[in-house]
Design a protein around this ligand. Structure first.
Ligand SMILES: Cc1cc2nc3c(=O)[nH]c(=O)nc-3n(C[C@H](O)[C@H](O)[C@H](O)COP(=O)(O)O)c2cc1C
Length: 322
């Protein structure tokens, strides 16, 4: 068993949190991770109320939490209150100022998890009352900034030790097996947040055709890009790029943002490719950890494999006292 402040605070068997993956992390996946001893989070990312409520229903009686893309939440008044009324296990905020929604989460007595990409973000997350900070490196699947996990995690750990020792820390970005979990604990984290590894779970709602291309990809095949957000007309803040599998489409449009935004044919081609599963156009959203993943497995097996490997590397067990 790996026991940390995170497992104790949330009553978990394993210090593993399922990343709230927009549209991919539904209720079945979140429930499977929680049932296997981790903390499952529904990927409420783009704040579509009907999708989120359906996925809470699909989680059944198993306690799960929910994540939101913070800058989208302001555009959907009432959604956070509706989700808080369902007594989620935690709320996870990322990509935007956590102050406003964070206060509502704290007032409801629900644990607040804030994902950050810089040391400066960590300060804002602590000010917003975060119970857990997730230091996310640019290796991560989906959106992120430019810092690497290997240096960001210990830097945030050192800062928290001085300024907010009661706040827990998780590492995210590139953690896809027991080596990553063990390394994250050594860097000073209390646990990990994994997206890409669970993207390749049987319970994940990955788009048609995406698992097949993901399983044969290496970390070299991913790219940090704006192309996917521009073609979807998502108004992401400038600092965040999206890590996805490179396709002929992303390669063609990389760096041509203004031109792409005006190209109706490109927009139509993208939409058609999502429907048909054409993976030469529509990219799978995965991080560099994809190169460590060779099989789609049930979430419970992923958890077992990851924790057994980490326990062996850590010498049979792990207990962080402070
Ligand atoms: C398919 C996918 C969708 C994601 N969607 C979101 C999201 O909606 N909100 C969010 O905060 N993070 C999202 N992320 C990023 C995760 O929160 C997390 O930082 C990342 O998955 C960790 O790195 P890893 O993918 O290497 O495990 C997503 C990641 C993936 C792979």
């Amino acid at each position: 068993m790996i026991e940390t402040r995170l497992t104790r605070a949330f009553g978990l068997r394993h210090p593993i949190i399922l990343a709230p993956m927009a549209y991919v992390g539904g209720g079945r996946l979140a429930a499977a991770v929680s049932a296997a001893g981790g903390l499952g989070l529904i990927g409420g990312g783009y704040c579509v109320p009907d999708w989120i409520m359906t996925e809470f229903h699909n989680a059944g009686e198993t306690p799960v939490g929910c994540g939101f893309i913070t800058w989208r939440l302001a555009g959907v008044p009432g959604l956070l209150d509706d989700v808080l009324a369902r007594e989620p296990r935690a709320i996870f905020l990322s990509f935007g100022d956590p102050a406003g929604p964070g206060a509502a989460v704290k007032a409801a007595g629900v644990p607040l998890i804030c994902q950050v990409q810089t040391l400066e973000d960590s300060r804002a997350a602590v000010d917003a009352g975060a119970d857990v900070i997730v230091a996310q490196g640019a290796e991560a699947g989906g959106h992120g900034d430019s810092r690497a996990t290997l240096t960001l995690v210990p830097e945030v750990a050192d800062w928290l030790a001085v300024h907010a020792p009661e706040v827990l820390l998780c590492a995210a970005g590139g953690i896809a097996d027991g080596r990553g979990l063990a390394a994250a604990l050594m860097l000073g984290a209390d646990g990990v947040v994994c997206g890409t590894r669970f993207w390749a779970a049987t319970e994940a709602l990955a788009p048609k055709g995406h698992h097949a291309v993901g399983l044969v990809a290496t970390g070299d095949d991913t790219v940090h890009t704006k192309v996917v957000d521009i073609v979807r007309a998502f108004d992401w803040p400038e600092r965040f790029q999206n890590r996805v599998l490179q396709t002929a489409f992303t390669a063609k449009w990389q760096g041509k943002n203004a031109e792409l935004a005006q190209d109706q044919a490109a927009h139509s081609a993208w939409l058609a490719a999502i429907q048909s599963g054409d993976t030469s156009i529509a990219s799978a959203t995965v991080g560099e950890g994809i190169g460590l993943i060779h099989q789609v497995k049930p979430a419970s097996e992923i958890m077992t494999d990851m924790t057994h490997q980490a326990e062996a590397l850590l010498g049979g067990g792990w207990r962080r006292e402070s």
